[in-house]
Design a protein around this ligand. Structure first.
Ligand SMILES: CCCCCCCCCC(=O)SCCNC(=O)CCNC(=O)[C@H](O)C(C)(C)COP(=O)(O)OP(=O)(O)OC[C@H]1O[C@@H](n2cnc3c(N)ncnc32)[C@H](O)[C@@H]1OP(=O)(O)O
Length: 153
């Protein structure tokens, strides 16, 4: 399955660049409809309790995974392999997360995202985050298309 981040050059993102030494290095696997991501939290990613994952970390991985899903779907809509031809870039316009159950720090966090609506300037992405059988968070993301030069600004 295609790893979205491995197809894109010039990616400095804290959440998903393979080249950012301080980042989370998330990897989003795209099957043409759904993108999945598995993220293993570390003990220092905890919330007030050492046993549960910090909500900001959950937001971070959902954000990045969802935007990369929007990017992958946009390339597909144009009939191009990810990262080929003129760059396609989306940024987060709106991130709406419902934290439904505390996520055990033992993880792993398993994310599944899909584009639910796609327009010329924005895409809506829905993302679920499970640990085991438990749906811990559910998010709706507005991904807004920006010029590829945004990545170099
Ligand atoms: C190659 C590497 C790739 C790596 C992936 C990186 C993932 C990183 C994810 C991030 O963290 S990105 C960083 C956090 N986000 C930002 O910094 C974005 C800051 N905001 C902006 O730059 C602008 O406000 C934005 C580009 C989002 C919108 O400005 P525009 O002037 O381009 O939007 P415009 O007003 O023309 O609206 C275009 C469409 O988007 C919609 N829209 C814009 N901002 C929105 C918003 N905030 N919420 C909801 N919808 C929004 C707007 O309604 C409209 O919808 P319609 O086409 O249906 O009319």
């Amino acid at each position: 399955m295609t790893i979205i981040q491995h197809q894109m050059s010039g990616n400095h993102c804290f959440g998903c660049s393979p080249d950012n030494p301080h980042g989370h290095h998330i990897e989003s696997r795209w099957d043409g409809q759904v993108a999945t991501c598995t993220f293993q939290p570390q003990t220092w990613h905890c919330a007030g309790s050492p046993n549960f994952v910090y909500g900001g970390l959950i937001a971070s991985v959902i954000d990045c995974h969802s935007i990369c899903t929007a990017i992958a779907e946009a390339y597909q809509r144009e009939g191009r392999a990810i990262g080929t031809g003129d760059g396609i870039l989306y940024v987060t316009g709106h991130l709406d997360i419902r934290y439904l159950a505390a996520a055990p720090i033992a993880g792993p966090l398993v994310l599944a995202a899909r584009v639910t609506e796609a327009g010329a300037r924005k895409s809506l992405v829905s993302c679920d985050l499970h640990v085991g059988e438990t749906l811990c968070a559910q998010a709706e993301v507005v991904a807004v298309k920006v010029p590829a030069s945004w990545g170099d600004a």
